[in-house]
Design a protein around this ligand. Structure first.
Ligand code: SAH
Ligand code: CA
Length: 235
């Protein structure tokens, strides 16, 4: 087994002090005003912790621009932090297919999306994502047309999403999976993990293992936010 040095220890990399430092020096000062407002409007939501962390968002924005992404898909919108940052990062004629069954949450973020002037880029579909992806694949013309996909919803379906998105995203396109560290529980023995987190911990472990062996992708498993696995389709 390869040796893990202190400099690669995720506990050290993710310490609160360091995160605060990163956010205060490089993330908050550059965060778009409408994103900040959407984040603040979500802060008191009982599920507010689900919003994408702004440092992970900043990395996503950079990836979208490096890719020159125009056509993207998002699975799991919530109040729209990652959706708005995607909309701000793609060109005027870019398009995002955004899927989530919880329209009420989306409506919390909607005023900020409108204010940012990017609503025309968003095709919001109020639905669980799997049937939407299947419907897209019913038309072979959709295959290999997406530049970028962000998956941030029900973790037990990650592999099902993967099998579909790998066909929808073009070669050299990116699929990014959020929460792949699942609150750090992936590195803990099951018995110390609260029961509510155990099932998704198991799903996350299975997904992480399967994706690490998928020869169709290159990947980087990044210790940012709650873990972001960035995959690039290679064949
Ligand atoms: N990306 C969001 C956070 C998403 S939280 C942000 O940056 O704020 C997870 C979301 O997944 C929730 O809004 C939930 O309604 C949605 N979700 C749950 N099951 C889903 C499914 N089967 N398909 C699509 N979205 C789903
Ligand atoms: Ca998430």
């Amino acid at each position: 087994m390869d040796k893990i040095s202190a400099s690669t220890n995720p506990v050290i990399l993710q310490s609160e002090g360091l995160l605060k430092y990163i956010l205060e020096t490089s993330v908050y000062p550059r965060e778009a005003e409408t994103l900040k407002e959407l984040r603040n409007a979500t802060a008191n939501h009982p599920l507010g912790f689900m919003g994408t962390s702004p440092d992970a968002g900043q990395l996503m924005a950079l990836l979208l621009k490096l890719l020159n992404a125009k056509k993207t898909i998002e699975v799991g919108v919530f109040t729209g932090y990652s959706l708005l940052l995607t909309a701000l990062s793609i060109p005027y004629n870019g398009k995002i297919t955004a899927v989530d069954p919880d329209r009420k949450a989306y409506e919390i973020g909607l005023p900020f999306i409108k204010k940012a002037g990017v609503l025309h880029k968003i095709d919001y579909i109020e639905s669980p994502a799997l049937p939407v992806l299947d419907k897209l694949l019913d038309d072979p013309a959709n295959e290999g047309t997406f530049d970028f996909a962000f998956v941030d919803a029900d973790k037990n379906n990650y592999w099902n999403y993967h099998e579909r998105l790998i066909k929808l995203v073009k070669i050299s396109g990116i699929v990014a999976y959020d929460n792949t560290l699942w609150g750090g529980t992936v590195a803990l023995p099951e018995m110390v993990v609260s029961e509510t987190k155990r099932e998704w911990r198991r799903c996350t472990l299975d997904f992480n293992e399967a994706i690490s062996k998928d020869p169709r992708m290159e990947l980087a498993f990044v210790s940012i936010g709650d873990g972001l696995t960035i995959c690039r389709r290679i064949c």
